[in-house]
Design a protein around this ligand. Structure first.
Ligand code: GUN
Length: 283
C-alpha cells in the first residue's frame, strides 16, 4: 500500500498557483476571494480559516465576511450583490451549510457564475455536464488530482462513487466519466453496497459515516479515496473508510486528515486564479 499525501500534492499545486499569481501581479492584477460565513458552526470556521491561510500562501487578496446567525436572507443577498460588482473580488464563496432559516439555493443562484469558484451555480453545473467549463467543483477536482498523482491510468477502469450529493458524489461521477472510467454511483437505497464496491478499481467514498467502509468491501489492489470527515467513537477525526484494516488491501489510499481536505482548498485557489484571469481577459 502507498499513502497518497494530500498535503504534499496540494503544496505543489499551491506553489504553481503562487508563481502564476506573481505573473498576474506584474500585470497589475491581484486575484481576490471573498468568503462568507454565517453563524458559528465550528467545522465551518476551521474550513474558512484554512481558506484564508491558503489565500495568503498564494499571494491572493482575501476578505472574510463573518455574519451573525440571525442574518436575514435580504442582508445576505445584498452582500452577494455588492461582491458581484466589486472589481477587487474575483471569487465569491458562501460557506455551507447555512443556518436553517436561510436558503442556500437562493444564494448560490445569486452569485455571478463567473465569480462562482465553488462551481455550484446551475450554469456551472450544466457546463461541467457538457464538459465545457471554467471551474470544476473543488473537492471532486482535488480527488482527480490525487488519483492522477498515483500515475495509474483511469481510462477503462471501474470507478465506484459512494454518495450522491451535489457537492461531491454527482460531480465526482461526472469527472471520472470525463476521464473515461466506467462509473457507478451508490447511495443509501442501494442494496448490498459491498457487492458493488468490491468491483471498484477506484473507490471514492463520500457518505459521512465513520469507518463504514470495511476491508471486505474493497477489491484487492484498489485505489481508495476517502472524502469523509467524521468523528470516531473517541471523538477523533476519521474518514468513511476503516483505514487500519483497509490499508493493506489497496494499492493506494488517502488518509483523513491530510488527504482530500488540503486538495479541496488548493482547487479553490486554482478556481480563484482562473476567475481573475477570465475577468481580466488574461489567457
Ligand atoms: N461546505 C462543505 N464543503 C463546502 C464547499 O466545498 N464549499 C462551500 N461553499 N461550502 C462547503
Amino acid at each position: 500500500m502507498q499513502l497518497i499525501d494530500g498535503k504534499a500534492v496540494s503544496k505543489a499545486v499551491k506553489e504553481k498557483i503562487k508563481t502564476e499569481c506573481e505573473e498576474l501581479k506584474a500585470k497589475g492584477i491581484t486575484p481576490g476571494l471573498a468568503v462568507i460565513i454565517v453563524g458559528d458552526d465550528p467545522a465551518s470556521q476551521v474550513y474558512v480559516r484554512n481558506k484564508e491561510r491558503a489565500c495568503e500562501e498564494c499571494g491572493f487578496y482575501s476578505v472574510k465576511y463573518a455574519l451573525p446567525a440571525e442574518t436575514t436572507q435580504e442582508e445576505l443577498n445584498a452582500l452577494v450583490d455588492e461582491l458581484n460588482t466589486d472589481d477587487k473580488i474575483n471569487g465569491i464563496l458562501c460557506q455551507l451549510p447555512l443556518p436553517k432559516h436561510l436558503n442556500d439555493k437562493e444564494v448560490i443562484n445569486r452569485i455571478n457564475p463567473i465569480k462562482d469558484v465553488d462551481a455550484f451555480h446551475p450554469i456551472n453545473v450544466g457546463a461541467i455536464m457538457i464538459g465545457d467549463y471554467n471551474f470544476l467543483p473543488c473537492t471532486p477536482a482535488g480527488v482527480m488530482e490525487l488519483i492522477r498523482s498515483t500515475g495509474v491510468e483511469v481510462a477503462g477502469k471501474k470507478a465506484v462513487v459512494m454518495g450522491r450529493s451535489n457537492i461531491v458524489g454527482k460531480p465526482m461521477a461526472m469527472l471520472l466519466l470525463h476521464a473515461d472510467a466506467t462509473v457507478e454511483i451508490i447511495h443509501t437505497k442501494t442494496k448490498d453496497d459491498g457487492e458493488v464496491t468490491r468491483t471498484a478499481d477506484i473507490l471514492v467514498t463520500s457518505i459521512g459515516k465513520a469507518k463504514r467502509v470495511t476491508a471486505d468491501m474493497v477489491k484487492e489492489g484498489a485505489i481508495v479515496i476517502d472524502v469523509g470527515m467524521n468523528r470516531d467513537e473517541n471523538g477523533k477525526l476519521c474518514g468513511d473508510v476503516d483505514f487500519e484494516n483497509v490499508k493493506d488491501k489497496c494499492s493506494y489510499i488517502t488518509p483523513v486528515p491530510g488527504g482530500v481536505g488540503p486538495m479541496t482548498i488548493a482547487m479553490l485557489m486554482k478556481n480563484t486564479l482562473t476567475a481573475a484571469k477570465i475577468q481580466n481577459g488574461v489567457k
